[in-house]
Design a protein around this ligand. Structure first.
Ligand code: C5P
Length: 276
């Protein structure tokens, strides 16, 4: 059995530049990994199967792990024949890149386990074919991601940039009436660029997503009022919100206060963005 970990990411910045002829949008993003990880176990087997006991996770070709296997096999010209057990810790549909990360880890793992020695450029091509965010996870150092997200440029000036972080992810449908009620009473949400030790943070997807889910706008403004919070933003297309704090103790305190004051059913995580 070979065990690999697969990190989550946050978008420290996400700017949408415009729609492309292929239907995607050109973006300019800054992505950083977290110390929140999924786990993938690989076993040689007669056929490829994916086992995952987390509810709502498909184990067929809809799962990016299987898509990664298919892309790998196209180039390999043979079957990869792996039994993969996926332990999910990264919440889904959160903007944390869990599925993309699992796909990148699968490419790296089977390249190693099968001894195929595909070059980084070849792995990059396979990753980009699986999804726009997958290439970042092949080498998840703090990076600027351009094109549709697949053109990854490590930001070497920010290589050691790191921060305590708290993640808050709501389960919609719970406490929503309260959230809407409170949102109406809240002041207007701010979309201004926030700067933390030289890094500029903003997310162009906040406006449309907050229009549909006002509770997220409410969470952003609440986060910005908490002690020690240096910046608060939505990650990717949401629904995970995050705040960067000065200390880990402050991040823990924010998570606890969020459960008490916002919603007891929130998923919370306190850790480090771009851990060294
Ligand atoms: O590349 P990926 O499969 O992750 O993208 C999922 C969907 O998100 C795309 O089909 C597209 O609608 C949208 N997308 C986009 N622009 C990007 C990335 C994704 O419009 N840069």
């Amino acid at each position: 059995m070979s065990v690999y970990t697969s990190p989550a990411k946050v978008n420290l910045s996400l700017r949408v530049k415009g729609k492309r002829p292929d239907g995607y949008h050109d973006v300019d993003m800054v992505m950083a990994r977290l110390d929140l990880v999924d786990e993938l176990d690989f076993h040689n087997s007669r056929t490829t199967t994916l086992i995952c006991d987390a509810p709502g996770i498909p184990t067929d070709e809809q799962n990016l792990v299987i898509k990664a296997i298919i892309e790998f096999e196209k180039r390999y010209g043979r079957k990869a024949k792996q039994r993969i057990t996926l332990t999910k810790r990264i919440p889904q549909a959160a903007g944390l890149g869990g599925g993309s990360s699992d796909a990148a880890t699968t490419l790296l793992a089977i390249n190693e386990l099968l001894g195929t020695q595909f070059a980084p450029e070849e792995l990059h091509e396979m990753a980009a074919a699986v999804g726009s965010d997958v290439p970042f996870f092949l080498n998840p150092v703090l990076s600027r991601c351009l094109g549709r997200g697949e053109l990854v440029r490590p930001l070497s000036a920010f290589e050691t940039w790191s921060s305590p972080i708290v993640l808050l992810k709501p389960q919609f449908g719970v406490r929503t009436p309260w959230a809407y009620e409170n949102c109406r009473r809240k002041r207007t949400v701010t979309y201004d660029t926030q700067t933390v030790r030289g890094l500029r943070l903003s997310n162009d997807l906040e406006r449309p997503v907050f229009d549909k889910f006002p509770f997220l706008a409410c969470m952003k403004m609440w986060l910005l009022e908490q002690p020690g919070v240096q910046a608060a933003l939505m990650s990717g297309s949401g629904s995970c919100m995050f705040a960067l704090t000065e200390t880990h103790e402050q991040a823990n305190a924010v998570a606890q206060a969020a459960k008490e004051q916002l919603d007891a059913t929130l998923f919370t995580y306190c850790g480090t963005v771009n851990p060294q």
